[in-house]
Design a protein. Structure first.
Length: 140
């Protein structure tokens, strides 16, 4: 286990818990009760295959985050992937819709939630380990 004091253990575990609750629960709901989830969240009707893929990905993030609670640094690439796709969505989807004046009402809620994940992941992810050249024992 890593003992480096630069790792924010509390933030790291908090982001896994947040992902389990947020993404895991959302994905689970999207798979087992898609119509209910769309209605509750004010989302328009969508292709069931694409909606199911999205729900499966969210649920996968939640399930992998359970493993992250046991091995926080080892599973931090899960948080890195989450950070990356949320940033890409904000830059490539949200901002063009916002500046183009075509932002649907439900998009703002998604953007705020994504922003909380982005900020939390930026604080929690031990980038020196995830992007570094060290092996599992911390050796270069």
């Amino acid at each position: 286990m890593y003992t480096d004091t630069n790792i924010r253990w509390g933030w790291l575990k908090a982001m896994y818990i947040y992902t389990i609750i947020g993404a895991g629960a959302l994905g689970f709901g999207m798979i087992i009760a898609p119509d209910t989830m769309r209605s509750m969240l004010g989302w328009p009707a969508q292709d069931p295959i694409v909606f199911g893929i999205c729900g499966s990905v969210y649920l996968a993030f939640g399930l992998l985050s359970i493993l992250g609670l046991r091995s926080p640094v080892k599973f931090s690439p899960v948080l890195l992937l989450q950070l990356t796709y949320k940033l890409l969505w904000c830059i490539g989807v949200f901002l063009p819709l916002l500046f183009g004046g075509n932002l649907p009402p439900h998009a703002m809620v998604s953007a705020v939630i994504f922003a909380t994940f982005i900020i939390g992941d930026l604080i929690a992810i031990p980038f020196s380990y995830v992007l570094g050249k060290e092996d599992a024992q911390g050796r270069v």
